[in-house]
Design a protein around this ligand. Structure first.
Ligand SMILES: N[C@@H](CCC(=O)N[C@@H](CS)C(=O)NCC(=O)O)C(=O)O
Length: 237
């Protein structure tokens, strides 16, 4: 199998951390050559990574891929020992995905915008700040999100909190993690975990590459060309 992934993609990072923590060695990681082009959207209608390529059968959506991997590689389990524990892990993973990562991903364009749309920042960053406070009431206090070991909740939270710490301040909003004591303690501890550390090193590498592209002006040119190519393909469809 192959995972179409990118260093800076938090959703891809979520699946990569799960692969590392489970010790899966037969999934290769690849950045799709056509990512960001109309051809990519032809191949993958949602047009996003990660995508799991199972001998040509393409599976999108990080959470779906994560659950699939749990089913086909059940050990070590990233789920709970009881149905209730599993439900809790999935709840915290959803906080990482829907309430934190999704808002951060939608917000990331504002971090590099020449003129920020303050309405967009207020709406999305407001959700992130609110949900870090919610997470503070749910998060484990022993260095892991749930159950005292790495679970699917950590895999979703690590890239989400990376985005909050590294991208949110570039939108003019203070990083809320230090103000939530339990989230702050968790964040300091989980970064010492080897699988989280490997995933975070890739995210930082991706962020540095992105910042260099932005500094050189190449990123803006790439984005303009991508938008134009997609508009042309849509008009011709
Ligand atoms: N809900 C999707 C979100 C995936 C997603 O947004 N991926 C981003 C990279 S982190 C992407 O491919 N964006 C390309 C685009 O928006 O065109 C998932 O969980 O996999």
């Amino acid at each position: 199998m192959k995972l179409y992934s990118g260093d800076l993609s938090p959703y891809s990072a979520r699946v990569r951390m799960q692969i590392y923590a489970k010790g899966i060695s037969d999934i290769t990681l690849e950045r799709p050559a056509t990512f960001g082009t109309p051809k990519f959207r032809e191949q993958f209608p949602i047009g996003r990574i990660p995508v799991l390529d199972i001998d040509g059968d393409m599976m999108p959506e990080s959470e779906v891929i994560a659950e699939y991997l749990e089913e086909i590689y059940p050990t070590p389990s990233m789920l709970g020992a009881t149905p209730r524990e599993t439900a809790h892990i999935r709840t915290v993973a959803r906080v990482g995905d829907i309430y934190i990562m999704n808002n951060m991903f939608m917000l990331s364009g504002q971090a590099r915008a020449k003129t920020r749309n303050e309405g967009v920042v207020e709406l999305l960053a407001g959700q992130v700040v609110r949900n870090i406070k919610a997470l503070d009431k749910m998060i484990g206090e022993d260095g892991f999100a749930c159950c005292g070991r790495v679970t699917m909740a950590d895999c979703a939270l690590v890239p989400g909190l990376f985005m909050v710490e590294n991208v949110l301040p570039n939108t003019g909003v203070e990083n809320p993690i230090p103000k939530s004591a339990k989230v702050a303690a968790y964040w300091a501890a989980i970064q010492q975990n080897e699988h989280a550390a490997k995933t975070l090193a890739e995210l930082h590498r991706g962020l540095e590459e992105r910042r260099e592209l932005i500094r050189s002006g190449a990123f803006e040119k790439m984005m303009t060309a991508m938008v134009a190519a997609q508009a042309k393909a849509d008009a011709e469809a």
